[in-house]
Design a protein around this ligand. Structure first.
Ligand code: PMP
Length: 338
């Protein structure tokens, strides 16, 4: 295939089988980091820009602003460079220096918001900053990945279709939740097909998306300190929170045992698979979405000093099994949340 545009190289049909991640469970990992943006957010950026162009909201020379933990920023910066958009990206201190350099190299302007919001995260502050800028400049356009239906559409149209075409209908599908675009797109796509798939929505301990108590988090990608507008809860979702120490341990285990350097959210999702392994019938078709690879995390998840200073010595012990908090069960058992 010769792509007309760089962002059409999403490599959405890259899957790899990981046998025995937990006892008796084989997982098919959907590798979304093998594209020119290095993450699943290339699809989100492409769909949001397409929708805004189609509606006439943006055209060559438009100025865009977006809040990002990094992945969407890189993807939007690629498209903006090629389409002639002026792009400002609003990030926070959890975004690595490498990612900031990457976005700058593609021509984006970077703003780092350093003040935490009431939930101990940065998201509300990043959004406050954008709203101030929008109030001062009526030509500025905010695509707003947290509320934009095109974010969901990107995955309803592509991600879930790629899974069904390549692997058939999974019995279990593990999806991480950041903006929840991937999750909601998969939910909508599977519901439309009346599929039996058990969807596991995976988030980090400290995120408020599933209504759990806020807590500071250090690994970008999953989690929010403010519930995204595009998220709608479904009874059928099995919601799981993973401590960041489990994320780190799983990333390091997969790198050391499989030679696959995964990003933080992949470690989180695989920790959920391992943590729920005793509920998964042998022989089930289990799929997990890997949003990015690990190079961007060499100075954090794969750096001992960083890990110990943020999460303690225990986070280096790769033999410790994951301890997921299964929110759905807690609710079913009498309304007490983890
Ligand atoms: N993993 C990574 C590395 C990400 O950057 C993101 C998006 N912030 C996600 C997972 C979550 O994807 P979504 O926003 O579609 O929920």
């Amino acid at each position: 295939m010769i792509a007309e545009d760089l962002w059409d190289l999403t490599n959405g049909s890259s899957f790899v089988s990981l046998r025995g991640v937990a006892s008796g469970v084989d997982v098919i990992l959907k590798m979304e980091g093998l594209n020119p943006a290095g993450s699943i957010k290339l699809k989100t950026a492409r769909e949001m820009v397409r929708a805004a162009e189609a509606s006439g909201r943006i055209r060559h020379g438009s100025e865009l602003i977006e809040s990002t933990s990094g992945s969407l920023g890189i993807a939007l910066a690629i498209i903006s460079a090629a389409r002639g958009y002026v792009l400002t990206l609003v990030t926070d201190p959890n975004t690595s220096d490498r990612t900031v350099h990457h976005m700058r190299a593609l021509g984006a302007r970077i703003v780092v918001v350093k003040e935490r919001d009431a939930n101990g995260g940065f998201l509300q502050r990043r959004i406050d900053y954008i709203q101030d800028r929008l109030a001062q400049d009526e030509n500025l356009v905010w695509l707003n990945q947290y509320a934009n239906p095109a974010n969901v559409e990107a995955h309803r149209r592509n991600t879930i279709t790629e899974i069904l075409n390549e692997c058939g209908t999974p019995d279990w599908l593990f999806v991480g939740a950041g903006t929840t675009g991937t999750l909601m797109g998969c939910v909508e796509g599977l519901r439309a097909r009346e599929s039996h798939t058990q969807i596991v929505a995976v988030d980090s301990v400290g995120s408020v998306t599933f209504d759990a108590p806020p807590q500071p988090r250090y690994i970008p990608g999953l989690g929010t300190s403010r519930r995204p507008e595009i998220f709608t809860d479904h009874d059928a979702l099995l919601k799981v929170l993973i401590p960041e120490a489990d994320t780190v341990r799983m990333c390091r285990r997969i790198a050391a045992e499989r030679g696959l350097l995964v990003g933080g959210s992949t470690g989180t999702v695989l920790a959920a698979v391992a943590g729920l392994a005793d509920r998964i019938e042998p022989g089930s078709l289990v799929l997990a979405i890997s949003p990015d690879l690990g190079e961007r995390y060499l100075d954090t998840i794969y750096n001992d000093v960083w890990v110990v200073s943020r999460l303690g010595e225990g986070a280096l012990a790769t033999s410790v099994p994951p301890s997921p908090r299964v929110l759905t069960d807690f609710l079913a058992l009498g309304g007490v949340r983890a």
